[in-house]
Ligand binder design. Structure first.
Ligand SMILES: [Zn+2]
Ligand SMILES: [Zn+2]
Length: 230
């Protein structure tokens, strides 16, 4: 039986998603179709914000968070590593904690100096880190949701640019990694703004293989995914 436990790391969560969803994902979905699912659940989470429906927001935020790992697995990179390289207990833009982008009107991305001693060991630790870099008091939940939508579009844009261009492959691939890291950062932002504990939520959903069919690898039919209730 595969499961995700609430004290585990992001890397362990990615491994879990690979174990349960890599086989059906690779066989049944193109990368573009995976992106459609990623956006679909992101938009459902945003609907949860608009409708003030915490249950809808939480479930769909966790689901879109999980589809992010299917993207990373499909492209064979570690989401935890890129997340840490980009946000090493510092804002990825102003290189401060807490972020001072708004106060100082920072116009140019500052260089980040990575201090590996600060790297959180668990997914929960990363959520806490993001609340220290971007405290929830600095934005509304709606603002966090709009930012998540922006980043979800930028992930699609980056993947599209990679798939349709033969030039600058290395840079374009790095861009996908960075955009997905930004998306995850914004997922933590929405979670922090709505008091959702992502690690707890994932451990409640993924206590026994796939959250719906409870098999590993997942045996959910394409119809059941298409008709998945929101
Ligand atoms: Zn900043
Ligand atoms: Zn399943």
């Amino acid at each position: 039986m595969a499961s995700y436990k609430k004290n585990q790391s992001i890397a362990q969560y990615q491994k879990f998603i690979e174990k349960v969803y890599a086989v059906p994902g690779d066989r049944n979905f193109s990368l573009e179709e995976i992106l459609v699912q990623h956006q679909r659940f992101t938009m459902r989470a945003l609907k949860g914000i608009r409708k003030n429906d915490q249950k809808k927001l939480k479930f769909n935020l966790l689901d879109s968070f999980s589809w992010s790992f299917t993207i990373a697995n499909r492209l064979h990179f570690s989401l935890e590593n890129i997340l840490w390289q980009r946000f090493s207990y510092l804002c990825s833009y102003c290189a401060s904690v807490p972020c001072i982008c708004k106060i100082k009107k920072v116009k140019k991305r500052r260089k980040i100096i990575v201090d590996n001693t600060k790297r959180p060991k668990s997914l929960k630790g990363f959520q806490k880190m993001f609340n220290e870099i971007y405290p929830k008091e600095g934005r509304t939940l709606e603002h966090a949701g709009i930012h998540l939508a922006e980043e979800s579009g930028e992930v699609s844009e980056a993947v599209h640019a990679f798939l349709t261009n033969q030039t600058n492959r290395k840079e374009r691939f790095l861009n996908i990694k960075e955009e997905l890291a930004d998306y995850i950062s914004c997922s933590f932002g929405v979670a922090n703004s709505s008091d959702i504990d992502i690690a707890e939520g994932l451990s409640d959903l993924f206590y026994n293989n796939c959250l719906a069919c409870h098999k590993a690898p997942c045996k959910c039919t394409l119809d059941s995914i298409t008709n998945f209730p929101s």
